[in-house]
Design a protein around this ligand. Structure first.
Ligand code: UD1
Length: 425
């Protein structure tokens, strides 16, 4: 079993470049199904979630050539299946992003229902309601969803009751091949959705309103393969910016658009952190103490739930009390009890975390409960007294490319260590 071991208290410095965005790359890979031929994606992060999406596409009949570390050439000309199997969907819920493209290309899809996920129930009702409005009929049998648009897809107006990222993406990827015009009202506005729309338009789609709550899609007969560069990962960038803020050391983070982190930077500025934006990134420094602040997670452009854990770790060292409210996912405070083992003072009440700042963390053995919670525990380890061992790091590997190597290049005393798994007998 591998763990991440961090020795706290060492200064960081220098510059780190983030990879392409996980949440964009996964959807762009799914979208290649819509354009028979070879689509080339560059700036693809080398992370385990991308490997799983690669397996899903291969299962469907796509061929994938890995060119160097960050480039994938995906040949979808001979895709002959429309089934995303349970073994893969169970490993990664985002596998369900192939549903929209498969319906768009073949008029049908068979998708294993994702089970409960460790950050909440994560329903898919909005995906189904929206696709039904476009003419898709759904059956549920033995844990699989059978989707079929027997009479083809017909454009219409879909109003989402919540701006779900996944539902917006699945709807867009089906509607690009519908007859007529589809309008998605109350659509999600995340930069990764803008990236998806940009690639689909390069492929020949006619989509307007990217980055606004109203997206209009005029269906087209055909889409063509393209070459596309994945947008930089704002969440990976935010995580390294918190590393600078928590240690109080000056760092530069490159490879992303600071405007994609607007609310995160604003909140951290209120906490006494300073940013200087550069051409393709930002420098971070914190000259004084960490100040408390209240945060609530919201759909973009609000504060992202994917940065909640990392910034909560920062508030846990603030000079006073903060209230963090998680509005997007239930169960996203699981890392907080692990942080408590390192000396943090956090009380969870429903979807609020009441955080009383403490003077410091002490290194401990902690378990990464999920992707961002795991990253937050590593960040805490950077400033903890002594050693912190973070286990269950497969969660971190899902979304961070070479997290340990990048932190080490900044000066952190951190390594992956093979330890005996005591649960084996
Ligand atoms: C995506 C991101 C994830 C991020 C989240 C919110 C990927 C691979 N994942 O997840 O990192 O944290 O956006 O920014 O891109 N919901 C419903 N019914 C639905 C769909 C969603 O009730 O049909 C609820 C979910 O249970 C959740 C909330 O809406 O409480 C947000 O979900 P959604 O925006 O769909 O997130 P994901 O696409 O799953």
């Amino acid at each position: 079993m591998e763990i991440i071991r961090v020795e706290g208290g060492h200064h960081l410095g220098g510059s780190v470049e983030v990879a392409g965005a996980k949440n964009s790359a996964l959807k762009l890979m799914a979208a290649t199904l819509l354009a028979p031929g070879v689509t080339v994606l560059t700036n693809v992060p080398n992370i385990s979630d991308v490997h799983i999406m690669g397996k899903v596409l291969k299962h469907l009949g796509a061929k994938i050539e890995v060119r160097g570390v960050h480039e994938l050439a995906i040949d979808t000309s001979e895709v002959s299946s429309w089934e995303a199997p349970y073994e893969l969907v169970a490993k990664m819920r985002a596998s369900t992003a192939v549903m929209g493209p498969l319906i768009g290309r073949f008029g049908r899809a068979v998708i294993a229902m994702p089970g409960g996920c460790n950050i909440g129930a994560r329903k898919m009702d909005l995906h189904f309601l929206g696709l039904e409005a476009l003419g898709v009929h759904f059956d549920n049998d033995h844990g699989y969803i059978y989707a079929e648009a027997a009479d083809g897809l017909v454009g219409t107006t879909v109003t989402l009751s919540f701006p779900s990222v996944g539902a917006t993406e699945n709807l867009i990827m089906a509607a690009v091949r519908a007859r007529g015009t589809t309008v998605i009202d109350n659509a999600a506005r995340e930069p990764e959705i803008v990236d998806l729309i940009r690639m689909l338009n390069e492929m020949g789609a006619k989509i307007s309103g990217a980055g606004t709550p109203v997206i209009e899609i005029q269906g087209v007969e055909e889409l063509y393969p393209v070459e596309h560069r994945v947008v930089g990962d704002r969440i990976e960038a935010g995580t390294f910016l918190v590393a600078g803020a928590i240690t109080g050391d000056e760092l530069e983070v490159t490879g992303f658009a600071p405007s994609h982190l607007g609310m995160v930077l604003k909140k951290m500025e209120l906490m006494g952190v300073q940013f200087e934006t550069t051409g393709n990134g930002a420098r971070v420094r914190r000259p004084g103490k960490i100040l408390p602040t209240d945060i609530q997670t919201l759909p973009y452009p609000g504060f992202p739930t994917d940065m909640q854990a990392q910034v909560l770790a920062l508030t846990a060292l603030a000079q006073g009390s903060s209230v963090i409210t998680e509005n997007i996912f239930e169960n996203r405070f699981m890392f907080a009890s692990e942080l408590g083992r390192m000396g943090a003072d956090i009380r969870i009440e429903g979807h609020h975390a009441l955080v009383r700042g403490v003077d410091g963390f002490s290194g401990a053995q902690v378990v990464s409960p999920d992707l961002r919670g795991g990253a937050a525990l590593v960040l805490a380890g950077l400033v903890a007294e002594g050693e912190t061992d973070v286990s269950a790091i497969h969660h971190i590997d899902r979304g961070y490319e070479n997290f340990v190597g990048k932190l080490r290049s900044l000066g952190a005393h951190i390594e992956r260590v093979d330890v005996a798994d005591d649960t084996d007998f």
